[in-house]
Write a protein that binds this ligand. Structure first.
Ligand SMILES: Cc1cc2nc3c(=O)[nH]c(=O)nc-3n(C[C@H](O)[C@H](O)[C@H](O)COP(=O)(O)OP(=O)(O)OC[C@H]3O[C@@H](n4cnc5c(N)ncnc54)[C@H](O)[C@@H]3O)c2cc1C
Length: 429
């Protein structure tokens, strides 16, 4: 069986940026034989949240390449140039393209690595391959769309699988009911519920407000209740001073802080990324609610300081809510409930479960490499799951151009040191 230098799990922005970094490295003479495995049938960026009117929450200059190499072929600017839209985009005078356009940009970049990516392959296990007393390789097992099993061997692995839906414990028992929809499945699932007239959204972040506005403009005009535990929706703070925390230098600063300092930093800046919608969308919602008052046509409701305590999925989905300030219980019936409750980032530990013995604490070093026991030779890199050690940019696009080069450099330096330790005749061979 062929042995790859590197297998990448997932082909989202993080691994596309890595493919770009490795291609640039290869031109400088360090070739790393790589294949990426992606479970979707083709590239798509959060396809069930590609809502009309949704814009990027980050400057287009934080694309797959610019921050590391503004002269790269893979910049957003070059994409616009190749598509013949550079001047039209400039005339829009914006840093924030639509998510539809950014998805198209990412798909344009991904397409150029079709020869290195196997789509329709979901990785289900990573197991150790022993040579003597050492683990020398990894066996990566995946299922294709027909359920057929594929196996591949690799010297190294990079896991870039993004987040998985965070389902609050109250909803766990009913999570498979088609009327309970996590935001990550929104467009595909809501399309099957065209008759839903009364819908609840749980959450107060960007996805919650985007889904509220999307439902408001749907032809079947559903009534929507936006339910949140907090007192209010806090707008995201993207002022120039606060935005500095997303600069690439912050990764070193953050990595070198104590555990307590890191936690306090993350708490201080939580509202730059979590439960932090764009101000203009909050304003749109409040305009809609105000217009309802003027016209005396109540359709949507805002439930602040309310917590869901129980869910009963019968003829309707019944939410048992607690008004936290009044300590008052109320029951509400819905045709569908959307959970805009965010993502979890620890799913990679389940994927690497068979390696637990060699990866005692699942901690990454500065180069995003999991620490391992001395008898474990493969390097495993994790992208997008190290906010606790590498800072708030880790799950975003802000650092991907730089991070992928750091991982590429770590792989090249491992390859160089392996060659140095080979007997001379093998180097010549
Ligand atoms: C709706 C939405 C909007 C966002 N907007 C912004 C924004 O404006 N700015 C910003 O900085 N960040 C934004 N983010 C954050 C987002 O995490 C990053 O933009 C980016 O998607 C991270 O890239 P990634 O490759 O690490 O993860 P993902 O984009 O999640 O890609 C992971 C890929 O891995 C694949 N995969 C998962 N498991 C497996 C498996 N077992 N086998 C094979 N393939 C697998 C998935 O199908 C997916 O294609 C947004 C997130 C969401 C949900």
């Amino acid at each position: 069986m062929k042995i790859y230098d590197l297998i990448g799990i997932g082909f989202g922005p993080s691994n596309i940026a890595l493919a770009i970094a490795l291609a640039e490295q290869s031109k400088r003479g360090h070739h790393i034989d790589t294949v990426f495995l992606e479970k979707q049938p083709h590239f798509a960026w959060h396809k069930d949240m590609l809502l009309d009117g949704a814009d990027m929450q980050i400057s287009f200059l934080k694309d797959l390449a610019t921050l590391h190499n503004p002269r790269s072929h893979f910049t957003f600017t070059n994409y616009l140039f190749e598509k013949g839209r550079l001047q039209d985009f400039i005339n829009l005078k914006t840093f924030f393209p639509s998510r539809h356009e950014f998805n198209d940009y990412l798909a344009w970049a991904a397409k150029q690595f079709d020869h290195q990516c196997a789509y329709n392959e979901e990785v289900i296990a990573v197991t150790p391959e022993h040579q003597g007393n050492e683990v020398s390789l990894l066996r990566i097992t995946s299922h294709d769309a027909d359920g057929k099993t594929q196996e591949r061997l690799s010297r190294n692995l990079v896991v870039s699988i993004g987040g998985s839906a965070n389902i609050p414990s109250t909803f766990q028992a009913v999570k498979d009911d088609p009327r309970i929809i996590h935001s990550s499945q929104y467009l595909g699932s809501i399309a099957k519920l065209t008759q839903a007239k009364k819908i609840a959204i749980i959450g107060a972040g960007q996805s919650a407000v985007e889904i509220f506005l999307d439902l408001h403009s749907r032809p079947n005009a559903p009534e929507v209740d936006l339910i949140m535990r907090g007192h209010a929706m806090h707008p995201s703070d993207d002022s120039p001073s606060v935005n500095e925390i997303f600069n690439v230098e912050l990764t070193d600063y953050f990595y070198n802080r104590s555990h307590e300092e890191r936690i306090s930093f993350l708490n201080e800046f939580r509202h730059t990324n979590y439960a932090a919608p764009d101000i203009d969308q909050i304003e749109q919602i409040f305009n809609i609610l105000y217009t309802q008052k003027v016209t005396n046509c109540p359709r949507h409701r805002l439930f602040t300081r309310h917590e869901t305590q129980q869910v009963i999925a019968g003829n309707t989905v019944q939410l048992h809510l607690m008004a936290l300030d009044k300590q008052l219980k109320l029951e509400q019936d819905y045709d569908a409930v959307i959970l805009a409750t965010g993502y979890q980032r620890n799913h990679y530990t389940a994927l690497l479960q068979s390696l637990t013995h060699y990866l005692p604490d699942f901690e990454v070093d500065r180069q995003y490499r999991l620490s391992s026991t001395p008898d474990f030779k493969p390097s495993i890199f994790i992208q997008g799951a190290s906010e606790a050690t590498h800072g708030i940019s880790d799950t975003l696009l802000s650092v991907i151009a730089t991070r992928s080069h750091e991982i590429g450099e770590a792989l090249a330096s491992k390859q160089r040191s392996n060659v140095k330790h080979l007997p001379e005749h093998r180097i010549i061979a």
